[in-house]
Design a binder for this molecule. Structure first.
Ligand SMILES: O=C(O)CCC(=O)C(=O)O
Ligand SMILES: [Fe+2]
Length: 216
């Protein structure tokens, strides 16, 4: 749902979620006008500009990812995400206020992003964690993503995992909160056009079984 609100998946999780957010599907104008009737235009301008630039970045990144899988430019054109003009995106702005009891709360429950890729901006406070699988150094554990000023985080979503036949891994992640600082983040989510079937790229499954079925 566009506009101000909480995180829908929070209902299914035993811990309290300590966050609020603002979802933007097309233009933020209508909802921003309601929240800040006298002072919405600079917010909308910044969001539109950020969306435009990160949209180009996300589409370019996905193109490079497909090239890295061995597809030619022509083969990319024929994939479900070959026409970048048809890629759909939405944004979610997250606020995690300082929390008096951070051990008992999470900002965002563990999840994978459902789409292709997500470009995530974090302000100056860390809190994003990814689940590192069990390895020689120990059992599965949550690892905080280091906050590097001036950088964006790119998450691989479920549909990119499927499209690449499991070559690009979607990552289970969550957001933790802390006692002293509010944290802000902004996710820009990329999904395929609505009318396409998403399955493993046939070029990646010749000679072997697709790991995933197509999803509509
Ligand atoms: O706030 C964060 O660092 C994570 C946000 C996130 O995972 C999401 O919005 O899907
Ligand atoms: Fe996420």
């Amino acid at each position: 749902m566009p506009g101000y609100g909480g995180v829908p998946s929070a209902r299914f999780f035993p811990k309290f979620t300590w966050s609020e957010g603002f979802s933007i599907t097309s233009s933020p104008l209508e909802h921003a006008q309601k929240l800040w009737p006298d002072d919405y235009s600079s917010f909308c301008e910044v969001i539109e500009e950020y969306k435009k630039i990160t949209r180009q970045l996300g589409c370019r990144l996905m193109h490079i990812m497909l090239l890295s899988l061995g597809l030619t430019e022509e083969e990319i054109d024929h994939t479900a995400i070959g026409d970048s003009n048809k890629i759909l995106t939405s944004m979610h702005l997250n606020s995690y206020p300082a929390c008096p009891n951070p051990e008992r709360a999470l900002g965002l429950v563990p999840h994978t992003d459902p789409g292709l890729v997500t470009i995530l901006y974090q302000d100056g406070v860390s809190g994003l964690q990814v689940l590192r699988c069990k390895d020689g150094n120990g059992p599965a554990r949550w690892v905080t993503v280091p906050l590097i000023p001036g950088t964006l985080v790119v998450n691989i979503g479920d549909l990119m995992h499927v499209l690449s036949n499991g070559r690009f891994h979607n990552v289970l992640h969550r957001a933790v909160v802390n006692r002293t600082d509010q944290r802000l983040s902004a996710g820009h989510f990329f999904v395929p056009p609505v009318d396409v079937n998403m399955g493993p790229l046939s070029l990646l499954t010749t000679g072997s079984q697709p790991v995933y079925k197509s999803v509509a």
